[in-house]
Design a protein around this ligand. Structure first.
Ligand SMILES: NC(=O)c1ccc[n+]([C@@H]2O[C@H](COP(=O)([O-])OP(=O)(O)OC[C@H]3O[C@@H](n4cnc5c(N)ncnc54)[C@H](O)[C@@H]3O)[C@@H](O)[C@H]2O)c1
Ligand SMILES: [Zn+2]
Length: 368
């Protein structure tokens, strides 16, 4: 039996097939080759991914009329308007047309930047997401959100631009550094808490093997998390007040931590892990499931997260206030009431966040 699974995401612009599993790039190879055949192919990627896994793109490159590889910085540093502008200029100079193709081959940073660049170039060219990190395979590549950061706010400029195809080949995760695996597992856990209780149990039971990127432990967890993301996005494709908002569990504070840290020194999943811990404090204060909060804090303490970088509480608070999900009424907080039960979108007074934040930053694992 093939270990590659096929999911389908239906959205207002059509549907996106998602191939996921060990060997997915091989299984979807012909489809990808047909998709780029005789066209100009732009590949957005990073030097590390290109060096480690560039060979997997050979069938694609052979089918394309010509391939232009656009290498960008590793990690979040690539998600800037400056980098997007440079890529647009290079694409135009290389003869890019409206029917050219772009593939984003890398982690969520490359996916967000590549999707954004494709979504705006000549008012939009088709993109395929080929995610190479755990985080991108279970979360970032699915659902059509693209963005770059501004210094004052994460993901502040972006658009929905659904990929025509997503191919997450889990065999590429073998080269992923342990910290990146852990970062992805934070989003996996998020997905479990908001949408799949059994997934939380699986993470609890196999955490050590998951952290070690054991392919057998990862396979069911990747599939379950990606399937949960597909369900949530399909139910509320453009986040208009429905279930898709739940995906922001851990992100209201998480994004603010990343922004206050200058997008350095804190991976996205690490920031989300700390953000979930903080949201659980808010949930506990509201009398939500206290046992759940304790259970998740215990699980997150086993992740071996690096300590938070030194952050100024006021700068974090200012970033929370600028969160792009904030409405006039203030930031949106997703606080789980119970495992897998639709989380509450709570109004939380800025004063309460301010009161809790400094002690949290000093001791995030304390039972605050
Ligand atoms: N669009 C969405 O819906 C969505 C959802 C979740 C997260 N995101 C975004 O995703 C980004 C984080 O993505 P990420 O965690 O994938 O990190 P990342 O893209 O920053 O990648 C981390 C590092 O791992 C390297 N790498 C990638 N694949 C590798 C492999 N197979 N082997 C070895 N090294 C590899 C990358 O080159 C990079 O240096 C954040 O910007 C976050 O905001 C977007
Ligand atoms: Zn995230």
């Amino acid at each position: 039996m093939s270990s590659v699974h096929r999911l389908l995401l239906r959205h207002p612009r059509g549907e996106t097939p998602i191939f996921l599993g060990a060997g997915a790039l091989r299984v979807a190879g012909e489809l990808l080759a047909d998709w780029v055949r005789d066209r100009t192919l732009f590949v957005v990627t990073t030097p590390r991914v290109l060096a480690l896994h560039g060979g997997a793109l050979a069938p694609c490159r052979e089918a394309a009329a010509c391939t232009v590889v656009l290498e960008v910085e590793e990690g979040e540093a690539a998600k800037t308007l400056e980098r997007a502008g440079e890529l647009w200029r290079r694409m135009l100079a290389a003869g890019g047309r409206r029917d050219s193709r772009l593939v984003a081959f890398g982690g969520g940073s490359v996916g967000d930047l590549g999707g954004f660049v494709a979504g705006c170039f000549l008012r939009g060219i088709a993109v395929a997401q080929l995610p190479t990190t755990l985080l991108a395979q279970v979360d970032a590549s699915i659902g059509g959100k693209t963005a770059v950061d501004l210094p004052a706010a994460k993901n502040a400029v972006g658009l929905f631009h659904h990929p025509e195809l997503v191919v997450g080949d889990t065999s590429l995760l073998a080269t992923l550094p342990a910290e990146e695996v852990r970062s992805g597992l934070a989003e996996v856990l998020k997905m479990g808490v908001i949408a799949d209780p059994a997934l939380v149990g699986k993470v609890e039971a196999t955490l050590e093997r998951l952290l070690a990127a054991d392919p057998q432990a990862l396979a069911p967890v990747v599939l379950a998390a990606a399937a949960a993301k597909v369900r949530l996005v399909a139910a509320d494709p453009e986040e208009r007040g429905g279930d898709r908002r739940l995906l922001n569990f851990g992100h209201t504070l998480g994004h603010a931590l990343e922004t206050a840290a200058g997008y350095r020194g804190l991976r996205h999943g690490e920031a989300v892990a700390y953000g979930m811990l903080f949201a659980l404090r808010l949930a506990r204060r509201r009398g939500f499931d206290a046992a759940l909060a304790a259970r998740l804090a215990a699980l997150l303490s086993r992740f071996g997260l690096p300590p938070l970088p030194p952050l100024v509480a006021d700068e974090v608070l200012a970033a929370v206030a600028r969160d792009k999900k904030a409405s006039e009424a203030g930031p949106v907080w997703i606080l789980p009431r119970a495992l897998g039960e639709a989380g509450a979108v709570a109004e939380v007074a800025a004063a309460e966040v301010a009161e809790l934040l400094a002690p949290f930053l000093a001791a995030p694992f304390a039972a605050g």
